[in-house]
Design a protein around this ligand. Structure first.
Ligand code: 5GP
Ligand code: ZN
Length: 139
């Protein structure tokens, strides 16, 4: 297991820092977010330290996936949410503050005003295809 000495979430995994635990198995841990965006805001992390999603080996992501949907359903039902967001922030530009990969499960209520701005635009002709080609080349 990869452990980073100064990582808050590694310390939560080891028990050096307290947390309100919801679920754990050999590979993953779920616990309550200490500064929730909404009631029930939950974090799911691999126990092993990886900074970002793209650094995670596929077997670790598979272990996360085995739990993520079931956990999201449980969180949502527990607070009688109308919906939920599952978020994984990667990099400061994307709002990642803790550099240990984690998935937010954020229960949502109709009209709650959380994330009510989602800026979007349209591509000029041909740009989506160009970008898709570049992404495929990186795979
Ligand atoms: P990020 O911005 O990196 O995607 O989100 C990090 C999340 O971790 C935030 O929602 C923040 O409230 C939560 N968090 C930071 N430190 C702690 C902690 O010590 N304990 C718990 N339970 N959550 C934390
Ligand atoms: Zn860590």
């Amino acid at each position: 297991m990869v452990v980073k000495q100064d990582c808050i979430f590694c310390k939560i995994v080891s028990g050096q820092l307290p947390s309100v635990r919801i679920y754990e198995d050999d590979n993953v841990l779920a616990f309550m977010d200490v500064n929730p965006v909404s009631f029930g805001h939950t974090l799911l992390i691999p126990k092993s330290h990886y900074d970002k999603l793209a650094d995670c080996p596929s077997d670790i992501l598979a272990a996360v996936s085995l739990v993520l949907g079931r956990l999201a359903g449980a969180v949502s039902r527990a607070v009688a949410a109308d919906g939920y967001n599952v978020l994984c922030n990667n990099g400061r530009a994307a709002g990642q503050l803790v550099d240990h990969v984690h998935f937010h499960i954020i229960p949502r209520m109709t009209g709650d005003g959380v994330f009510n701005s989602w800026p979007s635009f349209s591509y000029e002709d041909g740009i989506a295809e160009q970008l898709a080609e570049k992404i495929c080349a990186e795979l």
